[in-house]
Design a protein around this ligand. Sequence first.
Ligand code: BG6
Length: 585
Amino acid sequence: MCSIIGYTGEDDAAPILVKGLRRMEYRGYDSVGVATESENQIELKKGVGKVEEVNTKFHLEKLPGKIGIGHTRWATHGKVTDLNAHPHPSNSGKIAIVHNGIIENFTELKQELEKEGYKFQSETDSEIIANLLQKHFQDSKDVKETMLKTTAELKGHYSFIAMFENGELAAARFHEPLIIGVGEKNYFLSSDVLGFIEQTDDAVYINNGNFVLINQAKLQIFDFDGNVIKPEITKVSKEFADVYKGDYAHFTLKEISEQSDTIFRAGESTKEALKEAVDYLRHSKNIYLTGSGTSYNASLVAKYLLAKYAKIKTESIISSELQFSPDLIEPNSILVAISQSGESADVLEAVNIAKKSNCKIISIINSLTSSLARESDIVIGMNCGPEIGVAATKSFTSQLIILYKIIQELNEEIKINFEEISSSISKILEEHNLIKKIASELKEISDIYVLGRGIHYPIAIESALKIKELTYIHAEGIAGGELKHGPLALMDTNVFVIIINPEDSTYQDTLTSAREIKARGAKIIGISDKNSDAYDFWVKIPKTDELTYPISETIPIQLLSYYAALEKETDPDYPRNLAKSVTVK
Ligand code: BG6
């Protein structure tokens, strides 16, 4: 999905917009554009590439004026081209828009507008917003009226910002995030607090089905029926301002390296909520866990942990799949929704479905002001700080730590040594040179399999996801016992297999699998506290409690994926075709 931003105030808009787009680039990075207004003229520059490239090519920061809008794109409709980049001007050139989301009825609206003589330059669904606004503004000459008519016609999930040639800004939110930043003598509009957090930590979170008008430093909010909405200012925690790489080459490496500290903060700011959640889990008959991507994989670990250490049966459901089998959810049950961003559309959709069955929503989220937080009954905070690298790393281990804390509350016999986990992580991070060396072996490899049994199987799946996201190498997580029932056919001298094999109840069986694979000539990377002649490469992990191996065995594979990405010269922070949180279905 995309990032949208708007500014009106006393300073030059363009440098502020470009800075904000740089900080939100993880939301989408196919193309970039900025438009500003000065002396009732709109000037617009846009192009394919990342913020730095397009800014250097078109000098976006030099655009004149104290009012402007900006955009970074993650293509949904129309190829990655200059014309499909945002902002999109209306035919008159007197309105320009930036949009995030999907307009589901854009084909019909486009045909109606074309019948009225409107022309379209791009393949995007977004451009119709610009011409629809022009049509209604020409009729009413009133921006409020224009927004009421336009939002009444649009179908889909969207947030957009429109800039009128008179310098008025208008913006609307329907399911996609939109936040106002309130400065001393200026206003910001943004998809994410990161867009303006350096300038102000006063934010107004726009509710669903609301639109905003900002003109001459006057802010007004209305719902889609035209009723006035009173703005409520929320103080944003300054930790979200910390999006600097520091001395690290990439955010991904920084975020992997932060984990020996971030694990201590998981759940700490919402202790009461965690206790309340435990109470519900203890007394509920039906408990469902859901998430997307890495967060879904955390729900698979949760399922194992709750069954084994708390005797609680749960069902893990891929968020995007729930809409096709909503009856899976028993009414009046518990849905635990796991999401780093709290903005993934599939997770929000799953929550919506569960709420229709009167389910209680317990969420584990990093962004406590996200849409999911506002849809939930109980919110447990990961507290791991902003995660910029598109591939989730520290958020995954923070999710696992919160699950451990829930288990500890549910089963008094369980005492988890978080100090020990943190020092295990530090020890493994010290092994980065060895892991870097192993990663150099993967440069020409096209298939990697990750094998684990029991609680290590979900980690095998998560590890395969990290390899895919960061290196673009085909990778698959395999349940150890399934090897003989198919995957063994894929084993030959061209593949690498990562064996997750700490010395616990799964050790012997998994070692046997390693020998069966080695017999077919595949190269083996052993992740274990014990070496074996079955391994071509061994990454030692500290011996810990069986319960906490999932954390220490994840770190070496995050590092391996990162260094293999450098070998393959991919961009670890902004992998092609991906985005940090996908707010469109
Ligand atoms: C993807 C991210 O877009 O969304 C993944 O690239 C992430 O890293 C997944 O795991 C789910 O995101 P979230 O924010 O709902 O946990």
